[in-house]
Design a protein around this ligand. Structure first.
Ligand code: APR
Length: 242
């Protein structure tokens, strides 16, 4: 309880608190994480299904996984963890969320300043003419959804082998540089460059509060307060202390 109270005090008196979120925050909304026992990468080899080269050369195969994920995301709703972060933005405790998730759940929960570091699966982009479509505009039952221009349509998310969208990168770096508190919620911190942000924040003196069901590579090295538990539970407890 002591750690919860200390974390709540840090958040309460922060000048510029931000959150870095990963798949773990959406597990309680029914979306599997990527790593760990039930992780998506246990079922699908990321280099065969989540690398841009795999998508370009075997689009029908990759779309099989993408359609499965799309069905799950269509059914998913924000859980209390997303709702608490959205409330903290309204109450001016939280200035921004950098999310690695593409499930749109922070936005659905009401968060406004969401930096979509790995894109958003509710948009599709044409690899030929670069036109963007809302997911609902496209019939995903086709084995390989195509743009009217004939180009391949891909969810507007960052595959392995692709760059982070420059706007998201610049916005994220600005938020990291400005923060004096970083909440790191539900990420294994195994994927760059998102996983460098807690280190960068720590370097300029920010307090790092990590919420996860397991310790991560950050916990010993960079985390100031590690709150072990499910994101919805821990964030709800913190919200009651603010
Ligand atoms: N509450 C809090 N944390 C949780 C919960 C939960 N209910 N369930 C799982 N976790 C934690 C796990 O312990 C793990 O540390 O969430 C983390 C999920 O890690 P990953 O599956 O690696 O997800 P993430 O860190 O977001 O992956 C980063 O990798 O595959 C790419 O682009 C993909 O954005 C993704 C990136």
């Amino acid at each position: 309880m002591q750690k919860l109270k200390e974390a709540a005090r840090i958040i309460q008196f922060a000048d510029f608190a931000i959150a870095l979120t990963g798949a773990g925050i959406s597990v309680e909304s029914g979306i599997p994480a990527f790593r760990g026992a039930q992780g998506l990468w246990q079922k699908y080899d990321p280099f065969e299904y989540a690398h841009i080269e795999a998508f370009v050369h075997h689009p029908a195969k990759v779309w099989e996984m993408l359609r499965e994920l799309d069905l799950i995301m269509q059914k998913a709703r924000p859980n209390p963890a997303h709702l608490v972060l959205a409330a903290w933005e309204r109450e001016n405790y939280l200035k921004a969320i950098i999310t690695q998730n593409v499930d749109n759940l922070h936005q659905a929960a009401g968060s406004k300043n969401v930096i979509e570091f790995h894109g958003n699966a509710f948009r599709l982009r044409c690899l030929k003419c670069d036109r963007i479509y809302a997911r609902d505009e496209i019939d995903l039952t086709q084995s390989v959804p195509l743009c009217p221009c004939g180009g391949l349509l891909k969810p507007d998310v960052v595959f392995f082998g692709e760059n982070i969208p420059i706007e998201a990168l610049l916005e994220a770096k600005a938020a990291v540089n400005a923060c004096d508190v970083m909440l790191v919620v539900g990420t294994s911190a195994e994927v760059a460059p998102a996983n460098t942000f807690p280190w960068e924040a720590k370097k300029h003196g920010a307090k790092i509060i990590e919420i996860n069901i397991n310790p991560t590579v950050l916990t010993e090295e960079v985390t100031d307060i590690f709150l072990e538990g499910r994101a919805s539970e821990v964030l709800t407890q913190l919200a009651q202390l603010l």
